[in-house]
Design a protein around this ligand. Structure first.
Ligand SMILES: NC(=O)c1ccc[n+]([C@@H]2O[C@H](COP(=O)([O-])OP(=O)(O)OC[C@H]3O[C@@H](n4cnc5c(N)ncnc54)[C@H](OP(=O)(O)O)[C@@H]3O)[C@@H](O)[C@H]2O)c1
Length: 341
């Protein structure tokens, strides 16, 4: 199969390329070339900008019809005008266009169990291209742009939190670093603050499982829309911490479970200071980690053992340059104070 990955050099796209190469597919990537391609000899790396208004735009793709891609995996679409440009340019000949969206498209994530039929957010100003405040509604508009061009040849995948090697966001990685490689976070206490309760539901998808799912959908030419994360209720904060302690072994810090009111009173910022923590006091996000992913599971999305994800992430964190990371997570001094009190 001749596969075009829009993006493909940073995190999810990178794993999609690796998975596709492993399965013997011919892969082309399209990016601005800011990240050096990890496979200079094995992938055709086209350089340009997805935004036709930014030179050189899509010119490297202009002959794409004659290149004869069988399928496109779009990992880097955030603005409908921009997504429409490449979708339209590539429409002729491409059998399937897979758009990587997000569970953030849902208009109401205050309740558990959103499935693919739940209403998506809409833009008050359809012309806005301001991604940060309108991420979910813009992704929904991108989905619609792809569907307009490809109809039944469209596949929409809406991942939850994506975790694993090359995730540079300090989210899941914070917990792995805190327990398995605390030295990466500076001089840390032997006790690690964790948000109670241990029964807190967590939902994420290992990037390698997601990449395999995306490539398999293309191989099997499967259309439709799929939430893509671990099965609802599969993981909890308690299980994550137990796995981290297990992987860390004798050197593991002791978890100190603190209730949400205490963390809030100390000014710890949810999701950022302590990643994966969405307080019950903020009900708007209560359903974010309990999305219904049954359709993807039935279509072949696998969920590997949590320890595998932890070990792979720990290996990557230890090997990468950590300078510049961990700027916004709970600092060592406040953590020590909270753990001692
Ligand atoms: N991370 C999560 O937890 C999460 C959750 C749900 C959904 N998602 C979605 O999953 C996808 C993950 O993306 P990723 O960053 O991991 O994918 P990726 O394909 O590995 O990296 C992004 C790629 O896009 C390229 N790129 C960025 N802007 C570009 C532009 N204007 N023109 C051409 N190429 C451009 C980058 O290279 P250059 O910089 O060199 O151009 C890079 O190759 C996104 O669609 C995101 O919305 C993520």
């Amino acid at each position: 199969m001749r596969l075009l990955v829009l993006g493909g050099t940073r995190f999810l796209g990178r794993h999609v390329v690796e998975d596709a190469l492993r399965r013997g597919h011919a892969v082309t990537t399209f990016s601005r070339g800011r990240t050096v391609t990890p496979w200079p000899d094995r992938v055709l790396a086209l350089v340009g900008d997805r935004d036709p208004r930014v030179a050189p735009g899509l010119s490297a793709l202009a002959g794409a019809g004659t290149r004869g891609f069988d399928a496109v995996v779009d990992c880097s679409g955030y603005v409908p005008r921009v997504v429409d440009a490449s979708a339209s340019l590539l429409a002729q000949g491409v059998r399937r266009y897979v758009f990587v969206s997000s569970v953030s498209v849902y208009a109401d994530l205050s309740r558990a169990g959103a499935d693919e039929s739940a209403p998506v957010a809409t833009l008050a100003d359809p012309a806005t291209e301001d991604i940060l405040p309108h991420y979910g509604a813009l992704k929904a508009a991108c989905e619609a742009a792809v569907s307009r061009v490809y109809g039944g040849r469209t596949t929409i995948v809406r991942p939850g939190l994506i975790v694993g090697p090359f995730d540079a966001t300090d989210r899941f990685g914070y917990w792995v670093a805190r327990f398995v490689h605390p030295e990466l976070l500076g001089d840390r206490d032997a006790r690690a603050v964790v948000p109670a309760p241990p029964e807190r539901a967590l939902q994420f998808v290992d990037v390698r499982d997601l990449a395999a799912f995306l490539v398999e959908l293309v191989e099997r030419d499967v259309g439709g829309t799929f939430n893509a994360a671990s099965p609802q209720g599969r993981f909890t904060m308690g299980e994550l911490i137990a796995t981290l302690v297990d992987v860390a072994g004798a050197a593991a810090p002791a978890p100190v479970w603190l209730d949400e009111a205490r963390l809030a009173a100390a000014g710890v910022e949810p999701w950022v200071g302590l990643p994966l923590w969405l307080p019950a006091a903020e009900p708007d996000h209560a359903g974010m980690m309990v999305v219904n992913c049954a359709r993807a599971e039935a279509a072949g999305l696998a969920t590997r053992e949590l320890a595998d994800t932890v070990i792979a992430t720990a290996g990557w964190l230890a090997a990468r340059d950590n300078a510049g990371a961990w700027r916004h997570v709970l600092g060592a001094a406040l953590e020590r104070e909270l753990a001692s009190a």
